[in-house]
Design a protein around this ligand. Structure first.
Ligand code: M6R
Length: 634
């Protein structure tokens, strides 16, 4: 996590850094800092100014406004704490003992303990609890060695020092370095953490993610793993891990520019929940236009070879994306007839199942930057490539909302969830986009494998066409309804969510949403599991939200809900109006639709319920504590 920015050019750096950090705040927001370098004159070291503030970026902005931070070059950081509490002394940039080298870093330096010990033996005193602080000290030491070897204090020396230091670092990181002796140079480097250079008119801005380039430039140069770049007002020098100069043509950023805007909504999350009908409409218009061929009833960007000879599917994801994957697995197995397994990416990386032939591996990540998902996919690709048998060759698909992300660069086949940038840390509209992607895949697999009749496929397509309208009336009516209910339960300590079959993942998602933004303990269970333990938790203080949709498990869910009610639990039904009103104490009614498409609707009351509880409790809905939108550390 964390976001880093570096800028060099002819304008004041501090406002550009703050502007970039504002767009990266989704990556972490427990503290922020920047350092600028002002040129004082020929052959004089530059003036290094370092400003840091605990809490949101706005605190840093006020500090910079009051105290200033002069210079046309600088580096900035917005933090999500990994090593060391969110305090000013742990905020980046970190410097060497003489405050001559300053560094911002996103990632984790895994071998920092041994490096720190070694530096302490050399007499270095550390002032923070972070892993990052070893870097400026190491660079400072290498600069000293290089100068003792006869090199002068110029940007080539800084570059060399950074190149030497990154050979000593283990872990995934992106970093930016400045040195008072080179007040017109920045060195940046990346290893398994994103970093993109934006090329402006006589200025360069380097950042963890493209939104930081909004309003600056559309010409970009994404850096590759192991690369180091020297940025000066004259241009960019790019080097690979071996130190060989690289020449790469910059590319044009498409659709990556945005400025965060809440419209008239109180929070981004609420705005994003309300955007879902439009996202559904867009998906239907793009992917379900009339007159598609029978073998590809949903328009996806893959030719027939993509679907051929797939015997099974494995899906790797984290958090909400994993919940979408669980709905996807249900569709792929129950509708398209393909055995499908879903894995936590973080678990898969270290304990993958034995290799199976003809397997499609799908990585789902809205940000396209989740470290565990990217690493799990890379590991799977490697072990498959190592196998000579073509049946084991990697077959990969990425589902993401960010088509310019690291995932999209790592994997050739990408399904764009097309939900537009999501700012709220709690995923809502991107979850819906992921669900739609799985419906599209399942329908196409079913059509090509002939696991469903044309009539069944047509019927599902028609049901999907009705979703935008259903969603529109749901978001309109449920906002108030969910708010009323949320006020009743705002002070509750625990909530249990129940679902079964295709709606079990929605129970998990409902519980995750509530935990994330309201800090209320919540668990999602398959309703049939309640009696195997969790029922012991129930009494009149524990509300149970039960998703009961007419279909194969409807009666079962109702019975399981009765079991909860018999233990005095307050029962809230996410169910069609007429079916449930005798069992449930309160209703979040949903339209009566086929069970197969119901997750596209049942998730909305969950989102709104959590949102209103958190808003009622006066919490920071869009930037909940301890979380970040993009989880770029392991
Ligand atoms: O970007 P990703 O979809 O890979 O992110 C995965 C999770 O970190 C993410 O879904 C997280 O659980 C969200 N905050 C959920 O609202």
């Amino acid at each position: 996590m964390c976001g880093i920015v570096a800028v060099i050019g002819s304008r004041e750096a501090a406002p550009l850094l703050l502007g970039g950090l504002r767009q990266l705040e989704y990556r972490g927001y427990d503290s922020a800092g920047l350092a600028t370098l002002k040129i004082l004159g020929n052959d004089q070291p530059g003036l290094l100014t370092c400003r840091k503030a605990k809490g949101k970026l706005v605190n840093l902005s006020s500090l910079v406004e009051e105290d200033g931070s002069p210079g046309h070059l600088g580096i900035g950081h917005t933090r999500w704490a990994t090593h060391g509490k969110p305090e000013v002394h742990n905020a980046h940039p970190h410097t060497d003992s003489l405050s001559r080298v300053a560094v911002v870093q996103n990632g984790i330096i895994e071998n920092y303990r041994s490096l720190k010990q070694e530096l302490e033996t050399d007499g270095v005193e550390f002032v923070s609890d972070t892993d990052t602080e070893v870097i400026p000290h190491l660079i400072s030491r290498e600069l000293r060695y290089l100068q003792e070897e006869g090199l002068s204090a110029n940007e080539a020396t800084l570059l060399k020092a950074v190149q030497r230091v990154i050979k000593q670092l283990k872990g995934a990181y992106a970093l930016a370095v400045i040195w008072v002796d080179t007040p017109d140079a920045i060195v940046v480097a990346r290893n398994q953490a994103p970093l993109v250079i934006g090329l402006g008119e006589g200025e360069f801005l380097c950042a963890s993610d493209t939104p930081a380039l909004a309003g600056f430039t559309k010409t970009i140069l994404p850096m590759e793993d192991g690369e180091v770049a020297l940025l000066t007002p004259l241009g960019i020098e790019l080097y690979n891990h071996q130190g060989d100069r690289q020449q790469r043509t910059p590319s044009l950023l498409t659709g990556g520019e945005y400025f965060a805007d809440k419209s008239n909504f109180r929070h981004f999350m609420l705005k994003e929940i309300h955007e879902q009908p439009d996202i559904a409409e867009l998906w239907v218009a793009r992917h379900l236009p009339a007159g598609l061929p029978e073998e590809a009833p949903v328009a996806l960007p893959f030719d027939s070879s993509f679907y051929e000879s797939i015997d099974q599917i494995q899906i790797l994801a984290c958090g909400t994306s994993r919940h979408a994957a669980l709905v996807g697995a249900y569709l792929l197995e129950q509708f398209a007839g393909i055995p499908t397994s879903v894995f936590y990416a973080s678990e898969f990386r270290y304990s993958p199942p034995p290799l199976a032939p003809n397997t499609l591996t799908i990585g789902v990540t809205q940000s396209g930057e989740t470290a565990d998902t990217l690493a799990a996919l890379a590991m799977e690709t490697q072990r498959r490539k190592a196998n000579q048998d073509p049946a084991f060759a990697p077959r990969l698909l990425g589902i993401t909302n960010r088509t310019e992300s690291s995932l999209a660069r790592q994997i050739p086949n990408i399904l764009d969830t097309g939900a537009g940038i999501e700012i709220g840390v709690a995923a809502t509209k991107t979850f819906l986009g992921q669900l739609f992607a799985f419906y599209g895949l399942a329908i196409n697999f079913a059509a090509r494998r002939k696991s469903r009749s044309s009539q069944e496929i047509l019927s599902l397509c028609n049901d999907l066409r009705s979703v935008p309208n259903h969603l529109r009336s749901l978001v309109d009516t449920h906002d108030e309804l969910a708010e009323e209910l949320a006020h009743i339960f705002a002070e509750t300590q625990d909530v249990i969510f129940l679902g079964r079959g295709i709606n079990y993942p929605i129970a998990l998602e409902g519980a995750l949403k509530l935990k994330e933004i309201s800090y209320i303990h919540a668990e999602g269970y398959p309703a049939g599991e309640l009696k195997h333990g969790p029922i012991a938790l129930l009494d009149q203080r524990v509300p149970v939200i039960s998703i009961a949709v007419p279909g194969i498990v409807f009666d079962k869910v109702l019975s399981n809900s009765q079991e909860a009610k018999a233990r005095d639990a307050q029962l809230i039904g996410v169910t069609p109006d007429l079916q449930g009103d005798e069992i449930f104490d309160s209703l979040l009614p949903i339209p009566e639709v086929s069970e197969l498409i119901s997750p596209l609707l049942t998730v909305v009351p969950m989102q709104l319920f959590s949102y209103h509880i958190a808003a009622h409790r006066g919490l920071d809905v869009d930037q909940p504590r301890n979380l970040a939108k993009s989880v770029t550390v392991e």
